[in-house]
Write a protein that binds this ligand. Sequence first.
Ligand SMILES: Nc1ncnc2c1ncn2[C@@H]1O[C@H](COP(=O)(O)OP(=O)(O)OP(=O)(O)O)[C@@H](O)[C@H]1O
Ligand SMILES: [Mg+2]
Length: 229
Amino acid sequence: MSKIAVAVLNRKGGVGKTTIAVILAEIALVRHNRVLAIDLDPSRNFTDALGFMRNYFRNSLRVKSTLEESDADAPEEWIVIDCPPNLEEDSKYAIDFADIVVVPVRPDFFSLSNLGVMYSEANKSGKEKSQLPLVKVGYDSSVMTKIANQLISERGYPVAEDLPLHKHIPYNITSGRVWSTGLIARSRQPYEHLYDKIVAAVERLGTGVTDINEVWTDKKEADTEDADI
Ligand SMILES: Nc1ncnc2c1ncn2[C@@H]1O[C@H](COP(=O)(O)OP(=O)(O)OP(=O)(O)O)[C@@H](O)[C@H]1O
Ligand SMILES: [Mg+2]
């Protein structure tokens, strides 16, 4: 497998960036990849949450707090970058560096209203819109979710995954017990699905596919459709 660099970014705080970064790193490690975790947020939440895994995956997990050009030559198969809730220089460089920028959004105006700036920043780095997919966090049956979904489809934002809220996730993440206690299958499955979709998206982008729907098509669904023909 070729190297995958994923950044997790939204200027809005508290939308689930670090949680996604931690779980993606964990899945990559459990699936026998080496991981370079880069924590660009001075709060160091990502670094702290990786504490336990750092002990266990001593030889396959490296954690640092700066992103450098030379990281492109890092030996790890996965680079996971957790960004601070801003669009300052570090975040801009992460957009430039990463193959995929995962953008978690809650069903509220604040996490959706600033996305235009981020996409134009990405455009300056020559990134395709399909390289910055949204990940919906906690989209339910509320009116606000309906409005947020409408806004997302009107603006043509790509969507990679829907992550439901689970009350034990904050405990597992903040206590650094992601791997040791494990997330129960039901809450873990959407993150595994996101991981698989990122791998597939990077492969497709590598072959020159940029169409949003094609890049983020669920591989299994696509395969099943093909099988029916
Ligand atoms: N799927 C989820 N289910 C339940 N709680 C979640 C989920 N994802 C994140 N949270 C919780 O929401 C809160 C904010 O999450 P997190 O710290 O990952 O956001 P963030 O975007 O990284 O925040 P910041 O901008 O401050 O860095 C945390 O308490 C976290 O445990
Ligand atoms: Mg964070």
